[in-house]
Design a protein around this ligand. Structure first.
Ligand code: SAM
Length: 294
């Protein structure tokens, strides 16, 4: 299923792009937001499409290449933004978008174990071929390290029980597939936990993905670099999907507000009921717009 860009109109309204702007799409994904950004900056503008997942970048290239306007496709982690853009000869940008997390294609088609609804190897690496995978963490971390990850990155209320379940299960067999992990989670939590609308493995899978990809440090470093590259008067839009991401986005703002960063909207912008109905993935999205003072 093709990824549907979330909070698209609200993002465009917030970025206030002009013809000829240079815009960074730090999470190019399937190029959904990118397509709309391109149409706003016109033929004289430049869209920098960055993604750490080669497959995602290939998808966005396929989508955006035929469209008018200059595009640069950059493979890498946005935590290395300054260096990646300087290699492309880019030293400043008019606006930036960070649409955090994963695309529908990564979840459903990557075969890398992001979805608890599929039977796949437990890799969870956003960058293909990355050396550290979820199965490595499950095989090597201590029970208390696993509990900390599940608690702090997933806010999983049964973190202790699940961590204990993992350490007990791996004595018998290595935990190498999504199905094996889902079974352990179900066996480690009370029966009612599996009967709710939310799948019992949701939070554990989120926590492991964040840990494998060191997502929070990447957000801190990526936003800081984007702020440095941003021209005065330029805007940064960040779409976040859960409490941990929101905390890091807010801490970026607190850190830079003394250096002329302002919040354009007092409260995070949330999707309309219609958008949530049409695209359930948008349900937890929150959009933040920041402006660098002139
Ligand atoms: C929610 S999707 C973006 C979807 C895109 N806005 C669209 O409309 O198609 C997030 C994308 O960001 C990428 N990503 C996540 N963290 C990243 C990071 N630290 N550096 C570079 N890309 C990252 C993921 O690989 C994924 O393709």
């Amino acid at each position: 299923m093709r990824h549907i860009p979330v909070l698209l109109q609200e993002t465009l309204d917030g970025l206030k792009l002009r013809r000829g702007d240079s815009v960074l799409d730090a999470t190019s994904g399937s190029g959904g937001h990118g397509e709309a950004l391109l149409s706003h900056i016109g033929r004289s503008g430049t869209l920098i499409c960055l993604d750490q997942d080669e497959d995602a970048l290939a998808r966005s290239r396929l989508q955006l290449d035929p469209l008018p306007g200059t595009k640069k496709f950059v493979h890498g982690n946005f935590r290395d933004l300054a260096q990646l853009l300087s290699t492309e000869g880019i030293t400043e940008i008019d606006a930036a978008l960070f649409d955090l997390g994963m695309s529908s294609e990564q979840l459903e088609e990557s075969g890398r174990g992001f979805s608890f609804l599929k039977d796949e190897p437990l890799l969870m690496t956003m960058q293909k071929g990355a050396t550290l995978s979820a199965k490595d963490l499950l095989a090597t971390l201590s029970e208390s390290q696993l509990m900390d990850i599940l608690k702090s990155y997933g806010e999983e209320q049964f973190a202790q029980k699940i961590a204990h379940g993992i350490v007990t299960a791996r004595k018998e067999d290595p935990i190498e597939s999504t199905t094996a992990l889902v079974r352990i989670i179900k066996e480690s939590t009370p029966p009612w936990y599996s009967k709710r609308r939310i799948h019992p493995a949701t939070k554990s899978f989120q926590a492991l993905r964040i840990a494998v990809n060191d997502e929070y440090s990447a957000i801190d470093e990526g936003l800081e670099s984007a702020f440095t590259l941003l021209k005065p008067g330029g805007n940064i839009a960040v779409i976040s999907f859960h409490g941990g991401e929101v905390r890091h986005v807010k801490s970026f703002f607190r850190h830079f507000k003394e250096r002329s960063l302002t919040r354009v909207n007092k409260h995070a912008i949330k999707p309309s009921r219609t958008e949530m109905r049409e695209n359930p993935r948008a349900r937890s999205a929150q959009l933040f717009i920041f402006k660098k003072a002139i």
